[in-house]
Design a protein around this ligand. Structure first.
Ligand code: ADP
Ligand code: IPE
Length: 275
């Protein structure tokens, strides 16, 4: 392990919430265990990014955040949805920070909707000086999937995924490692929850391989408004182009988050740098 190195860790909404629930529902058990694992692991600097799960996706879908706005009544409805989602994911973040703190991690909440702007759903303005300041001061910034204002006037608002945040942070903070904890072992040849014969892809080592996997996944139904596993691989492919390696692991499995932070070799999908 190198000195003063940064790890960026994503906790998927599928892990910290009951993602299939129709109401926002926390997965207390996982959150408690994972917070403990983080507190017991060794790192110099850590940024945690978490997803929204049932605190964000059902509402984002219902209010069509990010879809074209065609009337003033629709705009008003979307603003209501924006306000509701912002509040809901803030509540989730507050819980995540609380669990981490209880286990002794110096978590600080960073709210994307108050410092990020997108243009056509991609981050184009975000001042991350403060995140660096918190890191230098020994805190663990906790950022999350949120709704943000979009410069594109036909949509005005966008859903910002934790996966896109990871890509942006990695681009600007130069992490040693990026770890994404989800509820499956990694990327499979097809959805492992639907197809028992799906096989785990342990290594994504070329752009061509990643692109054919994305194409395969895009022909299937997506699971959430930010594109599910396909959206994740798209962001990680961009990361690889920037020279940053990333790994997807199963955060539902006891101790894997801890082992991944510690740099142990574990089962998962490794997306090699510079594909
Ligand atoms: P998270 O909430 O952890 O960020 P997502 O819910 O966005 O993750 O994506 C993970 C889900 O993607 C898994 O639960 C799995 O059912 C689904 N999925 C669909 N296709 C695949 C695939 N080819 N490999 C792995 N998971 C897949
Ligand atoms: C989604 O963030 C944000 C909202 C729906 C507001 P993510 O896309 O990172 O969430 P998960 O991890 O898939 O649940």
């Amino acid at each position: 392990m190198c000195d003063d190195c940064l790890i960026i860790l994503k906790l998927g909404g599928s892990v910290i919430t009951k993602k299939d629930a129709t109401e926002p529902t926390l997965n207390h058990k996982n959150l408690d265990r994972i917070s403990k694992e983080i507190s017991e692991s060794s790192y110099d600097k850590l940024v945690i990014v978490h997803g929204a799960g049932s605190f964000g996706h059902p509402f984002a879908q219902k209010y069509g955040i990010g879809n074209e706005i065609t009337s003033t009544s629709e705009l008003a409805r979307k603003k209501l949805g924006f306000s509701l989602i912002q509040n809901s994911v803030k509540n989730l973040n507050s819980k995540v920070c609380e669990y981490l703190r209880i286990h002794g991690v110096f978590s600080v909440s960073i709210q994307p909707s108050s410092f990020v702007l997108t243009k056509n759903k991609r981050i184009y303005s975000a001042n991350i000086d403060l995140i660096n300041k918190y890191l230098d001061s020994g805190f663990v910034p906790v950022i999350y999937g949120d709704v943000v204002l979009d410069e594109d006037q036909s949509i005005k608002m966008a859903v910002l995924s934790g996966d896109q945040i990871i890509k942006y942070l990695a681009e600007h903070l130069n992490p040693e490692r990026v770890i994404l904890g989800s509820d499956v072992d990694g990327i499979y040849t097809k959805d492992p929850k639907k197809y028992p014969d799906a096989e785990l892809v342990k290594l994504v080592s070329s752009r061509a391989q990643a692109e054919s996997m994305i194409e395969l996944m895009s022909s299937k139904e997506t699971v959430d408004v930010t594109g599910g596993m396909e959206g994740k691989l798209r962001e990680l492919l961009e990361l690889a182009d920037l020279g940053v390696e990333s790994e997807i692991i199963n955060a539902n499995k006891v101790n894997l988050i801890k082992e991944a932070i510690n740099g142990d070799e574990i089962i998962g999908t490794l997306i090699k740098r510079r594909l």
